[in-house]
Design a protein around this ligand. Sequence first.
Ligand code: SF4
Ligand code: SF4
Length: 165
Amino acid sequence: MRLWPSTKLSPQNRYQNMSSFEPEFWKKKPLRDLSSAEWELLCDGCGKCCLNKLECRGQIRFTSARCRFLDPETCLCRIYEHRFEKVSDCRNIDLKTVLNEPEILPKTCAYRLLCEGKELPRWHPLITGNPNSVHLAGQSLKGHKLISETEVKNYEDYIIDWPDL
Ligand code: SF4
Ligand code: SF4
C-alpha cells in the first residue's frame, strides 16, 4: 500500500492543495516522471493491496485475509511510517513493482491502470476531489467481510474472486 507517509498529508486533507500540482498531471507525464508527491496522490486508498495473496499454479490469488495492521474501517495502514520494519513482506508500491508485478495489485489500482494505458476511474479521489469517493463507490475494502491474518489457519479457505482483483 502506498499512503500518506507524511503527517502533513492526511487522508482527509491531501486533495485540498491541488493548486500546487499541474492539473491532470497523471495524463501529461509518464509514471516515471512523477514527483513523489504526485505518485502519492495517485493512490486511491482502497487498501486492496494489503490483502494477503497466495500463488497457486503460477497465478496470484487474493484472499480476504487482511494484514493485521490494516484498519478495515479507514482502509489505511496503522503503522505506515514503520511498515517495512514491522512487516517483512510489506511491499513498496513503486514503479519497479508496478511494472514487474502488476498482478499483486488489484485491477482498479491507479498505478496499474495508468501503466496499462487506461484512465483513472470516475470515482478516483483525484477526479472527484473527495478522499472518500473510493469508499462511496464501493471500490475499497470498506464494508467487505474480511478476516485478520492473525486468525487464519489455512489461507486457501479465504481465496476470493472479486471482479476488481
Ligand atoms: S491497490 Fe493501489 S490504489 Fe489501492 S491502496 Fe494499494 S497502491 Fe493504493
Ligand atoms: S504493513 Fe500491512 S497494512 Fe501496512 S502497508 Fe504493509 S501490508 Fe499494508
